[in-house]
Design a protein around this ligand. Sequence first.
Ligand code: C2E
Ligand code: MG
Ligand code: MG
Length: 622
Amino acid sequence: MNNFNIDPGLGDDVDQTAEMARPDQSVSRPSEPSTNSLPAPSGPATSAILQRQLDGLMAVFGAVSTALLVVDDHGIVVMANPEAARLFGPMHTLLHVSLANLLLTGATAADAVPLLDDDALSMVMQQKRWKADNVRIHPVGRPDFPADFTLIPYDTEGRRNAVVVITDNTDREPARAQLEWQATHDPLTGLSNRAILLDRLEHALLLAARSGLWPTLIFLDLDRFKSVNDQLGHSTGDRLLVEAAERIKRSVRAADTVARIGGDEFVVLCEALERTDIAHQVAARILLAMEEPYDFNGEGVHISASIGIMQGDASMSAAEDLLRNADLAMYRAKENGRNRIETFDTVMHGEIRRRIDMERALREALDNDELSVVYQPIFTTAHGALVAFEALVRWEHPTFGKVSPLEFIPLAEETGLIAALGERVLDIACRDAASWRDAAAYTIGLHVNVSGRQVSASNFVSYLSRVLRHHHIDPSSLTLELQESVLLDNPERAVARLVALRELGLRIAIDDFGVGYSSLAYLRRFPLDVLKVDRQFVAGIAQSPQGQQVLQAIVDLAAGLDYSVIAEGVETTEELTSLCNLGFEYAQGYLLAAPMSPAEALLLAAASIVPESAEHADAVQR
Ligand code: C2E
Ligand code: MG
Ligand code: MG
């Protein structure tokens, strides 16, 4: 039996079990679709076969749990199945109705508009297939629901019809919403994530190109968050991040996007700010909110933040660029002392461009072995006897020219190139020292500067002993020059590392002594051999009784701790005389000798073979 009943009078959707309806009996049953058609039966049994196929199709049409609507070329519903009636209303209210009036979509019922108005529908009907996913539909007088749509046009009797397939997603909604949320949010703080931030920023940039109101990014990084994590544990760290997120949200407007894009990195996107100074005010408000101590089990924890502001403008069209610039401005805030706000400017841009180019060039220089090493002698103050050479790295680039190590060493540290650079310098310096020793027939001391990151690398001690063995260098002739910051950043680890280095038999000098937090009492904790007093203490020492007192105190305390003392940057004979009188045994500086090539160093070493200098060499290497 054909269960396809034509019942224009169906009044109640509950009662429509397997039935479909057409507006009236005169509407022909769907004829074979021109595409996707069943094989056309032929011969005497044609009409019976056709009937069977049609009955089968209609049975399916009535039974599927997907809503199906057939519309004619004017977008008028000519057939609907029971599932469609369940979703949209009694069958008689569906038929003859324009699809545009049936499929109303919007965030709420009040602002619902046709999913496809008549114009859109006629365009869509020209295509093969049209799809819309997860659209919220508001049927008149019925509960709204999320649905996927597919519209499949087909031709029948020379006219274009379409089947609209509607899948009700109500059951899948919670899971889908959950997935969508996870893809766009930070699970810890509930803030937007990087992806959604960039998405909104791109959108804001597109709008700004028309409106002229450019978006601003406020990039915030908590200061010394790592130590909170290390000292108070990760769960306290997490709680702090959640609280910080709340404080940021409270400091900005509801329309602003607040995102967490990394461990302790937050970004606020302010779209279309009328005035540029407003961003600064918002950032200042955030800093203020951060000042309040965090309460963890009655313990107050203070943590400040550094903020970078990037104001978009017509020259900036890539969201990633804007974000990177905001990050750089934040970085500058850290450099300038933390707990402050810096705004990205074009000067910064120039500097950053140079850094990026220089990083690439430095990488190439390392690959192509373009770094060289020069040597500055260290002499006794009393007799001017040569005791050691300090290795100083040099880099000359075709475009940048001679780049100072004061510029490229920090760059190498930031980019991780320092490990390769340090190994290179050590290798060259040990090779040169071996050649002087062989030529001059005595051992001259070698000082090599090493950076904090280099020393803390786990393989540093083993690399060092390998290089020394390779070049047959007596470890006791090598002094490593370290800066104080290396010790102070992580004192326990530094002590362990220094002990391991000294066990190799070499010596440790503190370079640029006096410019950091130096306290001799503090330094007593570290196994050290030499203090190299920074040249700012040496400059003008002859005319400064106060400066002389400071140097005298350093010399006396160093003697108490059994450290040797070297004065660096000696430029005048007056300075040298004063240093000599103060009890400095060793000196280095342009007055005595500027850094020189390895060949010049060899000549100097060869010319310095006098018993006295050999004695002093022993003394300073003691
Ligand atoms: P530093 O170790 O304190 O080296 C002394 C710096 O002072 C050298 O600058 C040297 O050329 C300069 N100098 C020497 N005598 C005088 C003087 O009488 N007056 C003045 N005004 N300056 C003098 P340079 O070679 O530019 O090195 C700068 C810094 O770069 C070094 O300071 C050191 O911290 C770092 N550095 C150099 N080579 C290396 C290296 O191979 N590895 C590492 N990690 N750092 C290095
Ligand atoms: Mg040095
Ligand atoms: Mg120095």
